[in-house]
Each structure stands twice: as structure tokens, then as C-alpha cells.
Ligand binder design. Structure first.
Ligand SMILES: NC(=O)c1ccc[n+]([C@@H]2O[C@H](COP(=O)([O-])OP(=O)(O)OC[C@H]3O[C@@H](n4cnc5c(N)ncnc54)[C@H](O)[C@@H]3O)[C@@H](O)[C@H]2O)c1
Length: 249
């Protein structure tokens, strides 16, 4: 697939959470190809494929960090900010572990909200002042179609994803005067290594049957939307969710 080149993304400093695999790895590769200076955070060690995208442009910088460990995250962000502000923040990381209500203990609740919601607020709080000083920026939060459809076995994940759309709307209002745009990307089912653990070929077919368009969404399709929203071409886009779901309903 050939993609648009956005001149406004060249040289921009971009931070992607959860960039080690899945959609996040697709985002790293896409922004590197735009000539952006990409930093990404992940928990896992196996990020060789993501780092190899450096051959396409300026090599991305990997920071190993558990986003739910707030003191460690703040240290990591301080390192990233060491050579200047981040212009584009993609709050992408999450964990869609399946669970039933009976499993939602106090500890499980805290852990699930920490990995699916809290780090987005922590990253944004630390990154936004530099964006403001730089004259503006773009923050893209990753939501999910799951709560819109009411999919089974994901109560807390869906609760966090619903909250992210509210977070986006509130932040867009607060940060708009600083020329910081805040949007949500709402993916449908995207074919990633982790998703392929959840779905059988029959399950995949059911999803495609329910989509208006019959193709499988890949990380690069989500990255195309993210690049547009991050670019100056989306200069007046803020406060809303943008869907990439092939019309799944
Ligand atoms: N893939 C889909 O079908 C789909 C659908 C709807 C929404 N989304 C959303 O898109 C985003 C990306 O999804 P994905 O499918 O690529 O997920 P994924 O599980 O494939 O990748 C998430 C990445 O985040 C990292 N991560 C998880 N917890 C972390 C932590 N505590 N600290 C640091 N890194 C951590 C993982 O190691 C992984 O590399 C998520 O916000 C997800 O909710 C995905």
C-alpha cells in the first residue's frame, strides 16, 4: 500500500506507547517513514522488528518501561524530553485481557484501569507543557469499538475505553487554547499477533461478515489515520473520535 507523505511530520518528535508490537509497531514504522524522530515505550524485549524500521528513516529509539509503574514512567519521560519537547503523543498501549465480572477484585480493577487508562493521563500531563511551549501539538488516544458494540468478557477494558473518549473531549477543551489537538482513534478488529490468539478462522469470518467492507484491517490502515490526525492537514480536528472499523456493526 502506498501512503501519503505529510511534509508537516518530517522532523517532528513522536512518542508512541506500546510501540513494540501490533498497531503500535505499525505506528512506529509509519512515522519513521515520514521522517519523524520516533521514540516508543514498551514492556517487552522483543522489539527487533520495530527497531528495524529505522532503515526506512531516522532510527526509532526504544525505551523499556512498564507504563503502569508511574515513577519509572516519569523517569523514562524525563529522559525522552531531555533533547526537547514531544510534538506528537500516541497513547496506544492497552491490554484486552478477557475477564468476567466475578474476576473483578479490587486488585484486578486497579491493574486493569492502570494498563488501559491511567498511563494515558500520566503521559499527557508530563508531555503537554513542552508541546505548549513548542507552539502546539497532537495527542491521539486509542479507544476501541468494543464498548460501542458491547462485546462479551471485557467489562473493565470497555469501561476504560469508554472513559478514553471522555478524556479526549475534556482534554481537547483544556488544551485547545495552547493549540494542542486531542483526538481518539476508534479501531474495529485489527489483525495483530495478539488478536490472532483470540480469534479462530470462524471468529474472524464472523467479524468480516459484520463489516460493510470485507477486508481485514491491518496496523498500516490504522497508522494511515493516525498520520493524518497528527499532521497539519488535520489542523482543525480535535475533541472527537475517528473510526477505522471497515463499517463493523
Ligand atoms: N487490535 C485490535 O483489534 C484493536 C481493536 C480496538 C482497539 N484497539 C486498541 O488499539 C491499541 C493497540 O492495540 P494492539 O491490538 O496493537 O495491542 P497489542 O496487545 O497487540 O499491543 C500492545 C502493546 O502495548 C504493550 N504494553 C502493554 N502493556 C504495557 C505496559 N504496562 N507497559 C508498556 N507497554 C505495554 C504490549 O507489550 C504491546 O507491545 C490499544 O489501545 C487497543 O485497545 C485494538
Amino acid at each position: 500500500m502506498s501512503s501519503a507523505i505529510y511534509p508537516s511530520l518530517k522532523g517532528k518528535k513522536v512518542l508512541i506507547t506500546g510501540g513494540g508490537s501490533g498497531i503500535g509497531a505499525g505506528l512506529v514504522s509509519a512515522f519513521v517513514q515520514q521522517g519523524a524522530r520516533v521514540h516508543f515505550i514498551d514492556l517487552v524485549d522483543e522489539v527487533t522488528a520495530t527497531l528495524n524500521t529505522g532503515v526506512l528513516g531516522v532510527a526509532p529509539v526504544f525505551h523499556k518501561c512498564d507504563l503502569t509503574d508511574t515513577p519509572l514512567l516519569e523517569k523514562t519521560l524525563a529522559t525522552i524530553l531531555g533533547d526537547g519537547p514531544v510534538h506528537i503523543l500516541l497513547n496506544n498501549a492497552a491490554r484486552d485481557d478477557r475477564h468476567s465480572l466475578s474476576e473483578v477484585t479490587s486488585d484486578y480493577f486497579d491493574k486493569s484501569i492502570a494498563v488501559n487508562l491511567k498511563h494515558m493521563a500520566m503521559c499527557t500531563r508530563v508531555i503537554a507543557p513542552g508541546m505548549k511551549a513548542a507552539g502546539g501539538g497532537a495527542i491521539i488516544n486509542f479507544g476501541s469499538i468494543s464498548w460501542h458494540l458491547g462485546l462479551p468478557d471485557l467489562v473493565l477494558y470497555e469501561t476504560a475505553k469508554a472513559a478514553i473518549e471522555g478524556f479526549t473531549r475534556a482534554l481537547a477543551r483544556e488544551l485547545g487554547p495552547d493549540n494542542i489537538r486531542v483526538t481518539t482513534i476508534i479501531p474495529g478488529n485489527v489483525k495483530t499477533p495478539r488478536q490472532m490468539k483470540w480469534y479462530t478462522p470462524e471468529g474472524e469470518k464472523q467479524i468480516v461478515d459484520a463489516q460493510c467492507l470485507k477486508g481485514r484491517i491491518e496496523p498500516q490502515h490504522v497508522a494511515s489515520l493516525a498520520m493524518f490526525l497528527a499532521s497539519d492537514d488535520a489542523a482543525l480536528c480535535t475533541g472527537h473520535g475517528y473510526w477505522i472499523d471497515a463499517g463493523w456493526r
